[in-house]
Design a protein around this ligand. Structure first.
Ligand code: SAH
Length: 343
């Protein structure tokens, strides 16, 4: 165990220090500590979450995202309720216990439309349903909970308020994502959040503060990924986040939040392929999110370019995972993979 590492009580200064660490030996020790922490707290199972990108319409202007409304090159689609249900059935048939419905902030996804979609998925499959639809009214969140939704993902992206405001040109009143996460939890949702790293203007201090906030929020799920520049956005010419930093961030997330579900994110697989995903699983991560969006739409959901999507299709990818995970000494999780029931 690296000297001076006191797990969930790690102070800001040590987190900041680890984010700057480049010594291979010390990093190996950090990753090994995170791996042990993962095994002791959430076990060997890797939980799968089937991702369905239900709409690429977005009214927001986030400076980093290819779906931003100002991107005229983006093509836009919205799944019908039947198409979404078909995806959920495919997810269940592939042995995956959770469907994650993700989208841009699309006003066309009305309260009633999503309520019906969630209800029909819950009626026709045994999948847990996670929503990742951005900032909505509490009335929407409540209606979707009543319709059967289990979890909500809403990354706070960065805890640096000035940076947040620069990256997210406001639409009227400023929405507080951290406060929203707390209300979502009070409504009965399991909650997930996280950040991007490698954003222009982000410093090691702001990223350390992000991780301290992640620890404080006591999240059920923590999704963190490298920023990947999209050429048709204002940040298209900037550098993105690196894999080296990705592994450190994942390891720190695990040590700060031992029982959370932490994905080896698609952005990591986009930068480094399956070997990067495997490495993330060996330094704290315990979730993979295979993409079940119908092939004809998948390329249109371009938050960043060349998003990793298994060529062979999600079903074949899941089949292959059993073998690949066994080589890492891991198993595929069964059922919905709720927080605190993984061990
Ligand atoms: N509209 C929803 C879902 C957004 S997409 C919402 O606002 O919550 C899910 C995540 O993708 C975002 O939270 C963001 O962290 C990430 N993302 C967006 N653009 C990205 C980029 N260019 N590089 C890496 N991650 C990106």
């Amino acid at each position: 165990m690296p000297k001076g590492l006191s797990f969930s009580e790690m102070p800001f200064e040590s987190v900041r220090h680890w984010l700057l660490e480049r010594d291979p030996g010390r990093l190996e020790a950090l990753f090994a500590a995170a791996d042990v922490c993962r095994r002791n707290n959430v076990g060997e199972a890797v939980h799968l979450r089937g991702l369905v990108e239900i709409s690429s319409h977005c009214r927001r202007m986030c400076l980093y995202c290819g779906l931003r409304s100002g991107n005229r090159h983006a093509s836009r689609y919205r799944l019908s309720a039947d198409e979404a249900l078909d995806c959920a059935k495919r997810i269940e048939a592939a042995g995956v216990g959770t469907a994650v419905l993700q989208a841009g902030e699309d006003g066309g996804l009305t309260r009633g439309f999503i309520s019906d979609m969630v209800r029909s998925i819950k009626q026709h499959t045994r999948c847990a349903v996670t929503l990742s639809l951005g900032e909505r009214d509490d009335g929407d969140y409540l209606a979707w909970k009543q319709a059967g939704a289990d979890r909500y993902l809403l990354r706070f992206e960065t805890s640096d308020r000035a940076l947040y405001d620069r990256l997210h040109p406001p639409r009227g009143e400023r929405y507080d994502r951290v406060a929203a996460l707390q209300r979502l939890r009070a409504m009965g949702y399991e909650i997930g959040s996280g950040v991007m790293f490698g954003l222009p203007g982000q410093t090691v201090e702001t990223l350390a503060a992000d991780l301290m906030l992640i620890a404080k929020l006591d999240l059920d799920m923590i999704g963190c990924g490298p920023f990947i520049p999209h050429p048709n956005t204002p940040l298209g010419q900037h550098e993105g986040g690196t894999l080296d930093l990705a592994y450190i961030v994942i390891a720190l997330c695990r040590l700060l939040a031992p029982r959370a579900h932490i994905p080896a994110t698609t952005a990591i697989a986009t930068l480094g392929g399956e070997s990067a995903r495997a490495k993330a699983l060996s330094c704290g991560a315990n979730v993979i999110m295979p993409n079940f969006t119908p092939a004809m739409y998948r390329e249109q959901y371009e938050i960043y370019p060349d998003k990793a999507c298994p060529e062979e299709g999600a079903e074949r990818f899941c089949e292959g995972l059993h073998k690949r995970l066994a080589q890492l000494g891991r198993t595929v999780g069964v059922g919905p993979g709720k927080t605190n029931t993984a061990v």
